[in-house]
Design a protein around this ligand. Structure first.
Ligand SMILES: O=C(O)C(=O)C[C@]1(C(=O)O)C=C[C@@H](O)C=C1
Length: 291
């Protein structure tokens, strides 16, 4: 492992523009002394690890709307980066418009698909006829509303009102449930990449890509592969493998066991052992996170 960069020199890629929840989550973890790189899409945030970012922060799952598909679509790939930490953020969505706009004027509501999904109930009851437009992020929607016709609104964080001139909060806390949290992953380039010591945790998590042989009927099936890990599975996501074999999937298996594995060394060797067992059974497994 190379020497960890000092916090002052750290560059952290986030979904932009500034004002997104991803930026807020990264700021909660790393504060004002690091440099934030604003990227247009979640894929771009991951890709920044191959150019100028030391770390990337990406949304992983929301407590109302579930897994963030764009993130898992990168995590299922050949070079997905390596998860080294997590941050949890409370999400309070607001309906933002230009000043002077009334609720009945609104015909278009823009936001990231996660935010539109988390606010479905409000949209159905207050703006049932509005056209919903997906944007690359919540803050991108807020920024667009500033220069759009008055009948446009955005779902975004209240912070956007202070960042983009001319916006006002029409409604606050419009998500389906008062309690709303998004969990974010902190990602580095690969397992060998350095990471700040503040990310060393007691959580004992690992994230593993698992898939069966592509030819049906050869090798162990997915339930045998996952049970051969012999680790406590806490999350399971599945995405198509995007090969020419239809319905061949990649499973993203998150395991955790802080109770049983007190030392990092013991945990790491247990996870590495579990991955080799999958290979012995004829499956494919790749470690893509350890924190
Ligand atoms: O658009 C943003 O503000 C983001 O940071 C993305 C994102 C997500 O993809 O889940 C992050 C947190 C909220 O759940 C809504 C949107």
């Amino acid at each position: 492992m190379t020497r960890p960069p000092s916090d002052k020199n750290l560059t952290v890629a986030v979904l932009g523009p500034l004002g997104t929840y991803t930026h807020e989550a990264a700021y909660q973890q790393f504060g004002p002394s690091v440099e934030y790189l604003e990227k247009t899409t979640i894929k771009d945030v991951f890709d920044a690890l191959s150019s100028n970012a030391d770390l990337s922060v990406v949304p992983q799952e929301n407590s109302i709307f579930g897994s963030v598909i764009e993130t898992y679509d990168v995590l299922r790939g050949a070079d997905p980066g390596f998860v080294r930490g997590e941050v949890m953020l409370r999400i309070q969505h607001c309906l933002l418009t230009r000043q002077g706009v009334k609720l009945h004027d609104i015909q278009t509501v823009m936001s990231h698909e996660q935010a539109l999904g988390q606010c479905q109930r409000f949209l159905k009851s207050h703006l049932p006829l509005a056209t919903l437009v997906k944007t690359s992020s919540t803050a991108a929607a807020a920024k667009t509303v500033v220069d759009s016709p008055a009948n446009c609104a955005a779902i975004a964080s209240k912070i956007c009102v202070t960042l983009f001139d001319g916006l006002t909060v029409q409604y606050e806390g419009i998500q389906n449930e008062a309690s709303n949290f998004t969990r974010f992953f902190i990602v580095v380039k690969d397992r060998k990449a350095s990471f700040p010591s503040l990310l060393v945790t007691e959580l004992r998590h690992a994230l593993i890509q698992v898939s069966t042989q592509t030819l049906p009927g050869t090798g162990a099936d997915i339930s045998q592969l996952i049970s051969s890990l012999n680790l406590r599975v806490v999350r399971l996501d599945r995405r198509p493998a995007v090969t020419n074999v239809p319905f061949h999937d990649i499973y993203l298996v998150e395991v955790q066991d802080a109770e049983r594995y007190k030392s990092v060394l013991e945990w790491t060797s247990e996870v590495d052992g579990a991955i080799s067992r999958i290979g012995v059974l004829g499956g494919n497994a790749k470690l893509i996170g350890l924190w």
